[in-house]
Write a protein that binds this ligand. Structure first.
Ligand code: HPA
Length: 272
């Protein structure tokens, strides 16, 4: 079965159960599910129930799709995501994004946890990604092009919609939330970086580092979705802060900032 046939099967299966026609989707990083509190008329679909969908493996990633309305606007929310470091193929990482496209999604908001490289950043800051650098040694478009989804050689100019970023900054200001902007560098993980790598990435122009998002953005841009990506600085990157850097620290910051992230996401959806 081709990748497109798998996607079509999954689309049919989800359509039978999805009672709304959302045009906007959110992918939430681990522990960033507070926005679900804002959702009315909640319905859920476990990833296992979707044909060909990648299965969840990592702690903290619930692995379900949830939909409902935020301020009247129908939204589809992926609670958790799959990562390269878990061993998934790029096709598997792209699958949920492409499925969203086939379901009629036009705009995608991605959230993630990231280490701060820019020394102006503080733990707990929200940062809009304005561009990326990819060091993951693969991407979802390698191999035969799925021409029904997009072109062979897509560009990544304005991959992180300037229009939508401007709108989001205005919305954040209204809420009194500080929102920075920066360049995200994606690493394969699962190890955190060395201090020397972080210094190198800083010189390349990276402000933030994380282990997700970029493959999803590439898949999303290929099939023409408009993208907004928001990072939460959960820790200072290796060598810049304390001499500890743990997953617990990442989760702790996420927990502390989850409510404000939910407020921001709700306002972004409302502002559409
Ligand atoms: N490095 C890579 N990924 C991350 C980090 C980090 O410091 N923090 C959260 N995700």
């Amino acid at each position: 079965m081709t990748e497109l046939e798998k996607l079509q099967q999954a689309t049919e299966s989800v359509r039978e159960r999805l009672s709304l026609s959302p045009k906007i989707a959110l992918v939430l990083g681990s522990g960033m599910s507070e926005v679900l509190q804002e959702l009315e008329g909640v319905q859920r679909l476990a990833w296992e129930q979707i044909p060909h969908f990648p299965r969840a493996t990592v702690m903290g990633h619930a692995g379900e799709w949830v939909w409902g309305r935020i301020e009247q606007e129908p939204v589809l929310i992926s609670r958790g995501r799959v990562h390269y470091y878990e061993g998934y193929s790029m096709a598997q990482i792209a699958f949920p994004i492409r499925l969203m496209k086939l379901l009629g999604i036009e705009r995608l908001i991605l959230t993630n946890a990231a280490g701060g490289i820019n020394t102006d950043y503080r733990v707990g800051d929200f940062v809009l990604i304005r561009d990326h650098i990819n060091t993951i040694p693969d991407n979802p478009l390698r191999g035969e092009n799925i021409s029904e989804l997009g072109s062979r050689f897509p560009n990544l100019l304005d991959a992180y919609s300037a229009r939508w970023r401007a709108q989001t900054k205005a919305v954040a200001q209204e809420l009194g939330l500080e929102l920075r902007e920066g360049v995200y560098i994606a690493t394969p993980g699962p190890i955190y970086e060395t201090p020397a790598e972080i210094e190198a990435y800083r010189r390349w122009g990276a402000d933030l580092v994380g282990m997700s998002t970029v493959p999803e953005v590439i898949a999303a841009r290929h099939c023409g979705l408009e993208v907004l990506a928001i990072s939460l600085v959960t820790n200072l990157a290796a060598g810049l802060g304390s001499d500890t850097l743990t997953h617990e620290e990442v989760l702790e910051t996420t927990k502390r900032r989850e409510r404000d992230l939910a407020r921001l996401l709700q306002a972004v959806v409302r502002g559409l």
